[in-house]
Design a protein. Sequence first.
Length: 398
Amino acid sequence: MNQIAPTPEINPSSSLDPAQFASADGQRVNLIGIPRTQLNDMLVERGHKPFRTKQLWQWLYWHGVTDFDAMTNLSKHFRQSLADEFVIERPRVSQALSSADGTAKWLLKFPDGNEVETVHIPEADRGTLCVSSQVGCTLTCKFCHTGTQKLVRNLTAAEVVGQMMLARDAFGEWPTPSDHSRMITNVVMMGMGEPLYNYDNVAAALRIVMDGEGLSLSKRRITLSTSGVVPAMRQCGEELNVNLAVSLHAVDNDTRDHIMPINKKYPLEELLDACRSYPGVTNARRITFEYVMLKGVNDSDADARQLVRLLKGIPSKINLIPFNPWPGSDFECSSATRTAAFQTIIQEAGLSAPVRTTRGEDILAACGQLKSESQKLRRSERDRLEAAHLAAQVSAVD
């Protein structure tokens, strides 16, 4: 059996709203996603010894069990008391797709009917899990399929960390395996949504992922991608100290305003200043700048030279991303020749600029292609559905 790694130094988690811990039926509490300190408080309040928190935590996140009876080092009485008040729930997979290149995509459905997508990308030396943070997206980036789906809601911490847990279920990776044998070696917060607009829940989930007595993935193997939510970038670096990726995609404010409206709020000058001061950034730990290649929009030689100028003094890696088409998109991908010329200018300036290999395009799992069918309801419609749900619960209790 794999040995449990020592817990790394992670800042204490902030408390989350207990309302989000409700089980699918609303009758009990789902243990997944509860910050460790909050879980300890809940157990102590119920008369259990503090050491029970560590035992329970290891069963949940190191061993990945979903049944309290499988927690064999806990007394029968404690297991029964847990079962009376708590559940262990994962997101439900409503569809699983496999690409010809080995990429896997799961469509996950939550109890309220909303859906998100999670993608696993296998490579020779790593396996990367692309995790979503919101149903829909607050942003409306013109080249991104998710951006055509209005924000429905933020994911809870349980729904974020649950994506990694169900992927571990799919690969049979329990107990937590050693690094050299993992199918999931890296996590990127690059799925649906802007993670820094759901910071509290994303941070709580990532602390569980990084916990050495739980999912035990090093912060060096976690990358959070942002479109440029400047005020939250420093907080992310100071509290989580994970790798940062920035969706740049343009080298002037006019173009970025057009294809990424968030630039009107946080223009390039503010964004790049935040990158320069991002905690922990060094030549050994660079910021990744994502740059989608859009024909006739941002792919000229002049754009490449300006990109080099913009990133001067920032330890950087530029990921050049071929645009992946989706139904209804207005953009075309730059040609291979144009992309190569753009790449050459950047590389001759001494910057790393690999062209990302497109993966999972045949199942719409490639970069910028994720989207679910969940739709944002009007407030009156949400109120009506919530009232109907409450009435059903009252009826069930009666």
